[in-house]
Write a protein that binds this ligand. Structure first.
Ligand SMILES: Cc1ncc(COP(=O)(O)O)c(C=O)c1O
Length: 351
C-alpha cells in the first residue's frame, strides 16, 4: 500500500481559517451588515440571472462590472479590477507582488487574513506593533521604508481596532517605500477618508474594497481594487481564467444599481456603533476604542474569554480577539434589537 502524500512543509501546523458561525440568536462576530437587501434587489437579480447564458464561460474581463464601478468611483476603468471578495483581490495582489523570497510589512494588530495570505503565498512577513490609538506615525513610516518590503499593508478603518490611518501617513508610506502599498478599505463606507486620491500620483498605492459590508452582500463574494493600470495588468497575469462567475458579476451589477438605497441604511449602523461605544464607556473598568467602522473593539475589566462565553450562553456571539489584542473583544454594530440584546446580556454577565 502507498503512504499518504505529504503536503508542503508546515501546512499541517496551520489550521483552517474560520470565524465560528454558530447557530445563535444574535451574531455580531463577523462585521456583516445586519440590514436586509434593498427592496427590489432580489427581483432584479432574479430577472438578470434568468437572462444569463450560463452554458457559456463568463466575461473573463468583467467589463460591465468594472465599467459600473468606474462610473461609481470616478476611477478610470483600466484601473479597476474585481474578484470573489476582497480576500481574493488580496491573494491576487500577493501572488503578483509578494511570493517566495519577497517580503510584506504589516502593522499589527490588523485583519488576521493579511498575515494568513502572506503565509499562503509564501511571502515573508515583517511586522511592527502599534499601541493605542493604533496610528501609523513618522517612526512607523520610517520603519516600513527601511524594511525594504515589496508589499506594505495598511487597513483603514482598521479591523479590529476601528481607527482610520491619517492620509498623510499613507502618502508618506507610498513615497518612502518602493513596495506596493495595499490600503484595505473594507469598511470605508462607514467612516474615514479614502486613499483613492493618492493613486494618481503614487502608482504604488492600491485601494481594496468589498461588497461584503456596506453593500450587505457578504454571501455574494464580490471585491474590487482601484489602482493604476499597470497593477491591473499584473493582476491579469496571475488570475485564474474566468475567476468570477457570471452569477457573481450579475449580483455586483445589480447591487450597484441599488447602491444609493444600500448607502441610505448606513446611518442606522453608525448610530448603533456609537450607541455601543457610549454604553461600553459607561461601564466601570471597560476600555473602549473609538471606531469609524461597523464594529467596536473593547477590553472588559475581567477575563475577556469568560465574558465571551457568558454572552454566548445568552445567545450573543461576538469575536474573541484575545490572540491579537490583550483581553480584546470585538462586537459588530447590528440592528437596534440585536444591540439591545448584546447590551442586556453584557450587563447580566458583568454584574
Ligand atoms: C479588513 C478586511 N478586509 C477584507 C475583508 C474580507 O472581505 P471579503 O468578504 O470581501 O473577502 C474583511 C472581512 O471581514 C476585513 O475585515
Amino acid at each position: 500500500m502507498n503512504t499518504p502524500a505529504s503536503p508542503r512543509p508546515g501546512l499541517r501546523e496551520v489550521g483552517p481559517y474560520d470565524s465560528p458561525q454558530l447557530d445563535v440568536a444574535v451574531r455580531l462576530n463577523t462585521n456583516e451588515c445586519p440590514l436586509p437587501l434593498p427592496v427590489g434587489f432580489s427581483d432584479d437579480l432574479a430577472a438578470a440571472v434568468r437572462e444569463l447564458p450560463l452554458n457559456r464561460y463568463p466575461d473573463g474581463q468583467m467589463l460591465a462590472l468594472r465599467e459600473a464601478l468606474a462610473a461609481r468611483t470616478g476611477h478610470p476603468m483600466d484601473g479597476v479590477w474585481t474578484a470573489n471578495g476582497s480576500n481574493e483581490i488580496l491573494t491576487q495582489l500577493l501572488t503578483a507582488y509578494g511570493g517566495a523570497g519577497r517580503r510584506a510589512a504589516l502593522f499589527e494588530p490588523t485583519y488576521l487574513l493579511h498575515r494568513r495570505l502572506c503565509w499562503l503565498t509564501q511571502t515573508e512577513i515583517v511586522e511592527r506593533r502599534l499601541d493605542p490609538p493604533f496610528e501609523i506615525g513618522d517612526d512607523s513610516v520610517a520603519w516600513a521604508g527601511a524594511s525594504d518590503a515589496h508589499v506594505v499593508f495598511v487597513c483603514s478603518p482598521n479591523n479590529p481596532t476601528g481607527n482610520t490611518q491619517p492620509l498623510d501617513a499613507i502618502r508618506s508610506l507610498a513615497s518612502t517605500s518602493d513596495g506596493l502599498v495595499i490600503v484595505d478599505e473594507a469598511y470605508v463606507e462607514f467612516g474615514g477618508e479614502t486613499s483613492l486620491p493618492l493613486v494618481a500620483d503614487h502608482p504604488n498605492v492600491v485601494v481594496v474594497r468589498t461588497f461584503s459590508k456596506a453593500f450587505a452582500l457578504a454571501g455574494a463574494r464580490i471585491g474590487y481594487v482601484l489602482a493604476s493600470p499597470g497593477v491591473i495588468e499584473d493582476l491579469e497575469r496571475v488570475r485564474l481564467p474566468y475567476h468570477m462567475s457570471a452569477l457573481t458579476q450579475s449580483a455586483g451589477l445589480t447591487a450597484l444599481r441599488h447602491a444609493e438605497e444600500a448607502a441610505a441604511g448606513l446611518d442606522a449602523i453608525r448610530a448603533e456603533r456609537d450607541r455601543i461605544v457610549r454604553a461600553l464607556s459607561g461601564i466601570d473598568g471597560v476600555t473602549v476604542f473609538a471606531s469609524q467602522a461597523n464594529f467596536v473593539l473593547f477590553q472588559p475589566p475581567g477575563d475577556a474569554k469568560e465574558l465571551h462565553r457568558g454572552l454566548l450562553d445568552r445567545g450573543v456571539l461576538i469575536r474573541d480577539l484575545t490572540e491579537v489584542v490583550p483581553n480584546g473583544l470585538r462586537v459588530t454594530a447590528g440592528t437596534t434589537h440585536e444591540v439591545d440584546l448584546f447590551l442586556k446580556a453584557l450587563e447580566e454577565v458583568l454584574t
